[in-house]
Design a protein around this ligand. Structure first.
Ligand code: ANZ
Ligand code: ZN
Length: 803
C-alpha cells in the first residue's frame, strides 16, 4: 500500500481552485491583509529556498483568508538582470526568450506546489508596461531634485564588464559577487539617486519598525552610519598658496593629541605635491592601496596648522584616508585611534595621550591607542573636562569649526553598462548635454538584442541615434540601464493595480492595501533591497500622494534549508529538487515537512526520514477520515468531553500560533489532535460520532493552510460545505481560558506515560503512545501493572495506591 494517490488529489484540487478562481483578490479591501514573498529572479528552477519562502506566505495568506480577511497575495518576476544576458550570449539567443522560458517553468512549478496566487496580478519587470514606470519615476525623481549625474569612481568587474554596487563587492579580497573576479576601480559618468537626502528619516524610522528582526534593523543602521562630529579648519601651505582644508572628526576632544595631518591620495593638494615630489608621485600613482590591511603613506614638505592649538603639524599623504568620506582629509591622533597609531608607528610620528580614564590614570599609549571616552588631559584650558564636554567646548571655541553630521551612506549609483535592464530615459545632445526623454515619449524600449562583448546597447547604432527633445538636433541615447534594484523598489505597489496604463500604481488602492503586512524573504536582502524600497516609499509619499512612509510592517527573514548541516547549493551538488519531491511524495508533504521542521526564521536540515514520516502522517490521516468512523450516536461521556475540550484548546492555541507565524507549533497541535482522536476511537467502547467528526474537521482546517490539497479532499469526505479554502477558521465551542495550562498538563502526562512504557518494557508502545488523558494514563498504568513492574511505576507516578 503506497498510501493515498497524491498526484490525483493535488491535480484535482488545483483544477478546482482554478475553475472557482479561488485566489482572486477581493475588490474591496475592508479588512486588508497584504502578504508578500520577495519575488524571485527567474533563474529557471524553483529551489527549496523558494519553496520555503512561498510556503510561509501561502500558509499565512490562506489562514487570514479563512479568518475572513480580504487578502492580497500576488507573485511576480524580478526579470531583468545579468544572468539572462549571459545565458543569451552563451546560447546566441536573446534574454527575453530565455527569461520567459524560465518564468513559464517556474510558474508551473509554483502551481504544482499549490501556492494560491492571484495570477491576474502577475508583475514581470522586463516588459515595457512595467519598466516604463521605472523611467517615469526616474523623471519624477529628477523633478524632485533627487537625480544627479556625476563622474565617480566605480567598482568595475572586468569579467562581467559592469559596474558593481559596493554591496556587490565581497570580502577583503573585493571579489565580484557573481563571478569572483577581483574588482577594479574606474572613473565613469553615472546617474545617482540621492538617497542621502533621506538618510535621517531612513535612520530614525528604523526605531518604529517593531515587526522587523533586530538584526536587520541594526544592519540598516550600520549601513546608513550616521556620525555626529566636527569639521575643523586647518591652514595648509599648499603648492598654490596657503589655504584652509577642513577635516572631519568625531573626536574633537582629542585635538591636543593630533600629531599629524593626512590627505587622501587623490586629494587635489596631494596631486599638486606629486607634480614636484617624486616620492609622493610614486605613492599616489603606484603604491597607495586603500584596501590593504595596513595603512601606508608618505611625508610631504607641507605643514598644517591645528586650529585648536595653533601648532604646526606635518602633512602626509595616506591611503587609509578615503576621498569620498568627510572631506578627504583628517587630523591624525595616534594616541586614541588604532589606524592612526599603526600609521604613526610605521612612519615614526609622535604618539601622545590626551584622554584618560581619570585625571590620575593617564594610559600608556605606546603599544596601542586608548580609544574610549574619558577625561581630557594635557589639553590647555580643556584639561579636566569629560570627552563629551570637551568636544562641545572645542567645537564652540574654535574659529571656523562647525558641528556636522556625516553618513556612511552614499548616493545610489543606478547606471549599469548592460543590456537587460530599464533604459535610462536620457539622450545626450552635443549642444544641450544630457536631456530627459519627455514623459509622453516613454517608454524608451529596448532594441533587439545584439550578441557582442560589452554592452549590446553600445552596438545598437540605429537605436542610439535620435534627436534632442530640447533643440531638435542630433542626439545619442544613453546606453546605460538601471540597476535592477530600481525595479524591486516599488513592485509591491504595482500589484495593487497591475494593469494601470497611466500611472505606476493607483494611489487610492495603494493607500488601502499598504503597508505590506508580512513581507517574507531571504536575509541576503536585509540591507540594499529593503533600504531602497523604504527610500522609494518615502519619496512616493512626498511626491505622489502615497499615505504610507514605510512599505513593510512586518518582515520575516526565513532560515536556510540545509542538507547535513550545509547550505543546499548547486556548487556543493547537494540540491534536493522540489519537483522530484512533489512527484514522489506530493506538494502537501513537502510543504508540511518544511513548515513543521522548524520555526520559519530558523535553519533546518532536510532529511529523507523527515519527509517520509510527514508523508506517513498524511497517509494515516487520510485513512482515518476516509475509513469508517466507528460508533454511532454514542455517549458523551467523560472521554468524549475530553476530546471536545482538547479540540477547543487546540483550535485556540493554533490560531495564536498562526497569527505569530509559528507554523511549526500550529501544525504540531493539529497533529496531536489527530492522534488524540485516533486514540479515542480506538479505546472508547462507543465513540461519540459528532465529537469525532468535529475534531476531525478541526484537524483538517488547521492543516489546510499548510497542506491545502489533502485538506480539500478530506473536507469533502467529511461533507464540509464548499471548499476548505473558503471555509471559516474553526472557533472553540467552550471556554478556552485554560488552554495553555491544559497543554502543559497533557505534555506532562504524556511524558509520564512514555516513562511507564519504557520502564515497564511494554510490548506494544504504539497503543500507549496515543494515550493522553489522565483517564487513559490510568489505563496505561493498568497495562503497566499487568506487565508486572509496579514498583518502578509507582516511583515515576508518585503513587503507591495503584494496586
Ligand atoms: C580624529 C580622531 C581621534 C578620530 C580619535 C577618531 C578617533 P570612525 O573612526 O569610524 O568613528 N576620518 C575622517 N575623515 C576620514 C576620511 N576621509 N577617511 C578615513 N578616515 C577619516 O570615523 C570617524 C573618524 O574617521 C574621524 O574622527 C577621523 O578620525 C576619521 F581618537 O578624527 B577621527
Ligand atoms: Zn539639444
Amino acid at each position: 500500500d503506497d498510501g493515498y494517490d497524491h498526484t490525483a488529489v493535488e491535480r484535482r484540487w488545483q483544477d478546482r481552485w482554478d475553475e472557482a478562481d479561488a485566489y482572486r483578490t477581493p475588490d474591496d479591501a475592508e479588512d486588508p491583509t497584504y502578504v508578500l514573498g520577495m519575488y524571485p529572479y527567474p533563474s529557471g528552477q524553483l529551489h527549496m529556498g523558494h519553496v520555503r519562502n512561498y510556503t510561509i506566505t501561502d500558509a499565512y495568506a490562506r489562514f487570514r483568508r479563512m479568518c475572513g480577511d480580504d487578502v492580497l497575495h500576488p507573485m511576480g518576476w524580478d526579470a531583468f538582470g545579468l544572468p539572462a544576458e549571459n545565458a543569451a550570449k552563451e546560447r546566441d539567443s536573446n534574454p527575453r526568450d530565455w527569461t520567459f522560458d524560465c518564468i513559464d517553468t517556474m510558474r508551473g512549478q509554483m502551481e504544482s506546489m499549490g501556492f494560491g496566487y492571484d495570477w491576474d496580478r502577475e508583475v514581470t519587470t522586463c516588459v515595457p508596461e512595467y519598466y516604463r514606470w521605472n523611467q517615469w519615476l526616474f523623471s519624477r525623481f529628477h523633478d524632485a531634485g533627487l537625480v544627479e549625474r556625476d563622474e565617480s569612481e566605480v567598482n568595475w568587474c572586468p569579467s562581467c564588464e559592469t559596474v558593481l554596487a559596493d554591496e556587490q563587492v565581497e570580502g577583503e579580497a573585493e571579489l565580484c559577487w557573481r563571478c569572483d573576479t577581483p574588482v577594479e576601480q574606474r572613473e565613469l559618468d553615472q546617474w545617482f539617486l540621492k538617497i542621502t537626502e533621506y538618510a535621517d528619516e531612513l535612520l530614525d524610522d528604523i526605531d518604529r519598525l517593531e515587526g522587523w528582526p533586530d538584526s536587520v534593523r541594526q544592519m540598516q543602521r550600520n549601513w546608513i552610519g550616521r556620525q555626529e562630529g566636527t569639521r575643523l579648519p586647518f591652514r595648509v601651505d599648499a603648492p598654490d598658496g596657503e589655504r584652509t582644508v577642513e577635516a572631519f572628526t568625531t573626536r574633537a576632544d582629542t585635538a591636543f593629541g593630533a600629531t599629524f595631518f593626512a590627505l587622501a591620495p587623490d586629494h587635489e593638494i596631494s596631486r599638486a605635491v606629486a607634480e614636484r615630489d617624486e616620492g609622493v608621485r610614486r605613492f599616489v600613482e603606484e603604491e597607495a592601496d586603500p584596501d590593504g590591511d595596513e595603512p601606508n603613506g608618505v611625508a610631504t614638505d607641507l605643514t598644517a596648522t591645528n586650529p585648536v592649538t595653533g601648532e604646526d603639524l606635518p602633512v602626509f599623504v595616506a591611503d587609509f584616508v578615503l576621498s569620498d568620506v568627510g572631506t578627504g582629509a583628517l587630523m591624525g591622533v595616534p594616541g586614541h585611534d588604532e589606524r592612526d597609531h599603526a600609521f604613526a608607528e610605521k612612519l615614526g610620528i609622535d604618539i601622545v595621550p590626551v584622554v584618560a580614564p581619570s585625571a590620575e590614570d593617564v594610559p600608556d599609549v605606546s603599544e596601542s591607542a586608548y580609544t574610549e571616552d574619558g577625561v581630557v588631559v594635557d589639553s590647555g584650558d580643556y584639561s579636566g573636562l569629560t570627552s563629551e564636554d570637551a568636544r562641545e567646548a572645542i567645537t564652540a571655541d574654535t574659529e571656523g569649526a562647525e558641528a556636522t553630521t556625516q553618513y556612511r551612506l552614499r548616493d545610489w549609483g543606478i547606471s549599469r553598462q548592460r543590456y537587460w535592464g530599464t533604459p535610462i530615459p536620457v539622450v545626450h545632445c552635443d549642444d544641450c548635454g544630457p536631456v530627459l526623454v519627455p514623459e509622453e515619449d516613454l517608454p524608451v524600449e529596448l532594441p533587439e538584442f545584439i550578441n557582442t562583448t560589452g554592452n549590446p546597447l553600445d552596438a545598437a547604432e540605429e537605436w542610439k541615434a535620435t534627436t534632442c527633445p530640447d533643440c531638435g538636433g542630433d542626439a545619442t541615447r544613453e546606453t546605460d540601464t538601471m540597476d535592477t534594484f530600481v525595479d524591486s523598489s516599488w513592485y509591491f505597489l504595482r500589484y495593487v493595480s497591475p494593469d494601470l496604463a497611466d500611472a505606476p500604481f493607483d494611489t487610492g488602492r495603494a493607500n488601502d492595501w499598504m503597508p505590506v503586512d508580512h513581507y517574507v524573504g531571504g536575509d541576503e536582502h536585509a540591507v540594499m533591497h529593503l533600504l531602497y524600497a523604504r527610500f522609494f516609499t518615502k519619496v512616493l509619499a512626498d511626491e505622489e500622494g502615497l499615505e504610507h512612509r514605510e512599505p513593510f510592517e512586518n518582515l520575516l527573514a526565513q532560515g536556510m534549508v540545509r542538507l547535513d548541516g550545509s547550505k543546499m547549493s548547486k556548487s556543493k551538488g547537494n540540491v534536493v529538487s522540489p519537483q522530484e519531491i512533489v512527484e514522489s511524495y506530493g506538494a502537501d508533504t513537502a510543504r508540511l515537512f518544511i513548515m513543521q521542521a522548524a520555526q520559519p526564521e530558523r535553519a533546518f536540515d532536510w532529511t529523507d526520514e523527515g519527509v517520509r514520516s510527514t508523508r506517513a502522517f498524511l497517509d494515516r490521516l487520510y485513512e482515518d477520515v476516509t475509513g469508517e468512523i466507528p460508533g454511532g450516536a454514542g455517549e458523551r461521556d467523560a472521554a468524549a468531553a475530553y476530546v471536545a475540550d482538547e479540540t477547543d484548546a487546540v483550535v485556540d492555541i493554533a490560531r495564536r500560533e498562526y497569527d505569530d507565524l509559528t507554523f511549526n507549533t500550529a501544525v504540531r497541535e493539529a497533529q496531536e489532535l489527530a492522534r488524540t482522536v485516533r486514540g479515542y476511537v480506538e479505546f472508547a467502547d462507543a465513540p461519540h460520532r459528532a465529537t469525532v467528526e468535529r475534531a476531525l474537521r478541526a484537524v483538517v482546517k488547521l492543516l489546510a493552510p499548510v497542506a491545502p490539497h489533502i485538506a480539500e479532499e478530506l473536507w469533502d469526505e467529511l461533507d464540509g460545505e464548499g471548499m476548505v479554502v473558503d471555509a471559516a477558521w474553526p472557533e472553540p465551542e467552550g471556554d478556552t481560558s485554560d488552554a495553555d495550562a491544559r497543554r502543559r498538563l497533557v505534555e506532562n502526562t504524556r511524558e509520564d506515560v512514555r516513562d511507564i512504557v519504557e520502564v515497564a518494557g511494554i510490548e506494544d508502545p504504539t497503543r500507549i503512545d496515543v494515550v493522553v488523558t489522565p483517564a487513559w494514563k490510568h489505563r496505561a498504568l493498568e497495562i503497566a501493572i499487568e506487565s508486572d513492574a509496579p514498583n518502578v511505576i509507582s516511583e515515576i507516578m508518585g503513587v503507591d495506591e495503584i494496586r
